[in-house]
Design a protein around this ligand. Structure first.
Ligand code: ATP
Ligand code: MG
Ligand code: MG
Ligand code: MG
Length: 439
């Protein structure tokens, strides 16, 4: 992509409304634009990041056996009246009426709708386990939308829903999502710690929030330092092996970890003092087993091997891709700007022409741009007539992992410079060697 033809509305000034660094950097780097309280457009650079985040989530959901669908954002109130949640949900739900004056709502979540799909088609235990997910916009009329896309009113959520014959099956489904989440966050370049979460009136021990440590996080969290170097399951983990999956979950739930709501001083006191980590965290994912909470009132049953009807045992599993884009920046930036992990960076390489219009610099840049593009690298080529200082500042701000810097002096010597955004290290390479350097 040539920067001269791109849409990258960089802000020079720090936007005053932004209280945290990710919000500030997303606005300054031209990733998002606020449209109303808690509502944002994703501009080209931001959209590329969001798509990569979603793609990683999707790959790991698929690997764990979940199936992607897409449900509407606008839902009829009927299903929610059936489950009993229409009145309970309160003011966070945006309620709408259509021209027939029928009550509708903008979905804050999809348990009811997916249960309706399930009960329409699935009749036998032989069709289980089943896990359906989608990546779709949600609306919650948050009391305090803030921190940009971190807590917005309209946001993207990946929500998966599992259906099983009994608790044992549901627990295995829960474990698969738990392991899929470990892999997902690790691939996104994040250390997310699963913490015991409140299961509310349903009870039970099957609810975990996945939390990223960050000083700007909204929750106070307490965990054992051992979490920081637990091994993340590899790509060849066998999701069809319930025991293997349960073993991983056990390992990842053994050390102490809790948010302030679930914090237990007595258990905390058992953690050796030098192993205690009391910090702040951001909730990026939440998995939850709720059994027959929706299948009972909505009559979602299957025929069991015993020839009887059973209410299916369900769980739901959420991740916020829009919040994650911000959380990744909270975890990876410096004074100059964003530092993207390779996995989600909008482009891999910033190709910087220090003297656009100079015949030799232009020629070398075109040659490198063509070679890198041909080998599949995603390059943002700064071919604008800005001064070098401004170009470097932009490149640092938008945080692509690599900068290839082409200037008249280097070109005369047959060389260009490669800079790592994360470490600041620079190397000088012969022009012909650049394509190989990134292959
Ligand atoms: P929070 O405690 O931050 O309000 P939640 O517990 O209400 O989140 P869940 O219902 O568990 O959220 O939704 C699953 C995921 O959706 C969350 O873990 C988070 O990543 C994302 N999410 C929830 N609310 C928002 C929001 N207002 N803006 C952006 N992402 C959100
Ligand atoms: Mg909430
Ligand atoms: Mg929460
Ligand atoms: Mg939650």
């Amino acid at each position: 992509m040539r920067l001269s033809r791109y849409f990258l509305p960089i802000l020079k000034e720090n936007p005053r409304e932004a209280e945290i660094v990710s919000h500030r950097l997303m606005l300054r780097a031209g990733m998002i634009r606020q449209q109303a309280a808690g509502s944002f457009s994703w501009l080209p650079l931001g959209k590329r990041v969001l798509d990569k985040v979603c793609q990683i989530i999707r790959e790991e959901q698929d690997r764990a056996g979940a199936l992607e669908i897409l449900m509407p954002t606008i839902q009829s109130a009927d299903l929610w009246i059936e489950s009993g949640r229409y009145n309970d949900y309160g003011k966070e739900m945006l309620r709408i009426r259509d021209r027939q004056d029928r009550p509708m709502l903008y979905g804050p979540t999809n348990e009811e709708m997916v249960t309706d799909i399930f009960r329409a088609y699935v009749k036998s235990y032989k069709d289980l386990p089943l896990n359906l997910y989608h990546i779709q916009w949600k609306f919650r009329d948050e009391v305090r939308p803030r921190f940009g896309v971190m807590r917005s009113r309209e946001f993207l959520m990946k929500d998966a829903y599992s259906f099983d014959l009994d608790y044992e099956g549901a627990k295995a489904a829960y474990n698969r999502m738990f392991v899929a989440y470990l892999r997902t966050f690790s691939r996104l370049g994040l250390k997310a710690i699963p913490m015991r979460a409140d299961t509310g009136p349903i009870g039970g021990d099957l609810s975990h929030e996945f939390i990223i440590l960050a000083s700007t996080g909204e929750s106070a969290v307490f965990c054992h330092k051992d979490f920081l170097d637990l091994p993340v399951p590899s790509a060849d983990v066998d999701f069809s092996n319930d025991e293997e999956i349960a073993g991983i979950v056990e390992q990842w739930t053994k050390p102490y970890a809790a948010t302030d709501e679930m914090h237990d001083e007595a258990a905390w006191a058992q953690v050796p003092e030098d192993k205690r980590l009391a910090a702040r965290g951001i909730e990026v994912g939440h998995i939850f087993h709720f059994g027959t909470k929706y299948s009972k009132p909505m009559k979602a049953t299957v025929m069991g091997p015993d020839g009887k009807e059973h209410f299916v045992s369900m769980g739901s599993y959420g991740i916020g891709p829009t919040r994650l884009a911000a959380a990744i920046i909270e975890a990876s930036h410096d004074e100059a700007g964003i530092i993207w992990p390779e996995a989600v960076t909008p482009f891999e390489i910033a190709l910087i022409n220090m003297k656009a219009g100079d015949a030799e610099c232009d020629r070398v840049c075109e040659q490198i741009y063509a070679a890198l593009s041909a080998s599949g690298r995603e390059v943002l080529y700064d071919d604008t007539d800005q001064r070098p200082g401004a170009k470097f500042a932009t490149a640092d701000l938008i945080g692509l992992p690599w900068q290839v810097i082409v200037g008249p002096r280097g070109v005369a010597a047959g060389e260009v410079e490669v800079k790592s955004r994360a470490t600041g290290e620079r190397e000088t390479l012969p022009i012909e060697a650049v394509a190989n350097r990134f292959s």
